[in-house]
Design a binder for this molecule. Structure first.
Ligand code: SAH
Length: 224
C-alpha cells in the first residue's frame, strides 16, 4: 500500500486502515449511503484534529473533547449532516457555522466548491486554520465571528451547515440562503434535546423537514 508522504499522515501507525474501515462499516450499518460522503470520511485523518492523547480514539464513533468546553462532532453526525446537505445536488458555496477543530470543515472541503466557516472562539479558529492549511485544503474562507450573523461577505450560500444548536433558526442564516434551492441543515432546540432540521429555500418559501433527534452543544452569542 502506498501513502502520500508529509505531515497529513503523521501517526498513521496507530490509526491503522483496519480501524478506519471498522468506523466506515459502522456508518454504513447506521444508514449512511452516499458513496462520496463515505469516501471522504475514509480519507480525512480525524486523529489529526484531536489532542495527541486522544488520537488512539479518533476512529471511534463518538464525540471527543477539543478544549474550551467544546467537542469534535461524532463521525456519524458529520456524515449524516453532510449527506443531508448534498442530497439536493452539488453545492458550490457552503457556509459552516462552528468550525471547532475543523474536522467537519475538512470533510466538506473535499465535497463542495468552497467552504466559508465561522467560529466564535479565537484559539479554536486559529488552530483549525493551521490544521486545514497543513492538509493542503485551499478552498476554505475563515472568519472569527458570531455565527448568528452568518458570513455576509460570501453570501448567498447554496448550503449552510450549523454544528451547534440555537433555540430557533437564526434569521441571518435564512437570509443568506440562496433563494434558488439553498439548503440549511441545523439542529434546533434546548440543550440535549434538539431536532435536526433541513430547510430548503425557494424564493421566499422555506420548506422544513425534520431529520430526527440529535444532541449538540449550544450555539452561543458573541465572541470568545
Ligand atoms: N464541526 C465541529 C464541531 C465543533 S462543536 C467539529 O467537527 O469539530 C461546535 C462549535 O460551534 C464550537 O467550536 C463552538 O465554539 C462553535 N460555536 C458555538 N456558537 C457559535 C457561534 N455563535 N458562532 C460561531 N461558532 C459557534
Amino acid at each position: 500500500m502506498t501513502h502520500p508522504a508529509g505531515p497529513p499522515l503523521r501517526g498513521i501507525g496507530m490509526t491503522s486502515a483496519r480501524t478506519r474501515e471498522r468506523l466506515l462499516q459502522r456508518l454504513v450499518e447506521q444508514g449512511i449511503r452516499d458513496p462520496a460522503v463515505l469516501d471522504r470520511l475514509r480519507q480525512v485523518p480525524r486523529h489529526l484534529f484531536v489532542d495527541e492523547a486522544l488520537a488512539s480514539r479518533a476512529y471511534e464513533d463518538t464525540a471527543l473533547p477539543i478544549g474550551h468546553a467544546q467537542t469534535i462532532s461524532q463521525p456519524y453526525v458529520v456524515a449524516r449532516m453532510t449527506e443531508a446537505l448534498l442530497a439536493g445536488g452539488q453545492r458550490f458555496n457552503v457556509l459552516e457555522v462552528g468550525t471547532g477543530c475543523g474536522y467537519q470543515t475538512a470533510v466538506l472541503a473535499g465535497l463542495v466548491g468552497r467552504v466559508c466557516t465561522v467560529e466564535r472562539i479565537a484559539p479554536l479558529q486559529l488552530q483549525a486554520r493551521q490544521r486545514l492549511q497543513a492538509l493542503g485544503l485551499t478552498n476554505i474562507k475563515f472568519r472569527h465571528g458570531d455565527g448568528f450573523e452568518g458570513f455576509k461577505l460570501h453570501a448567498p450560500y447554496d448550503g449552510i451547515l450549523v454544528a451547534a444548536a440555537p433555540e430557533s433558526v437564526p434569521q441571518a442564516l435564512l437570509k443568506q440562503l440562496s433563494p434558488k434551492g439553498g439548503r440549511l441543515i441545523v439542529p434546533v432546540g434546548p440543550e440535549g434535546r434538539q431536532e435536526l432540521l433541513c430547510i430548503v429555500r425557494r424564493e421566499e418559501l422555506y420548506m422544513r423537514e425534520k431529520l430526527g433527534l440529535v444532541s449538540f452543544v449550544p450555539l452561543l452569542p458573541g465572541l470568545a
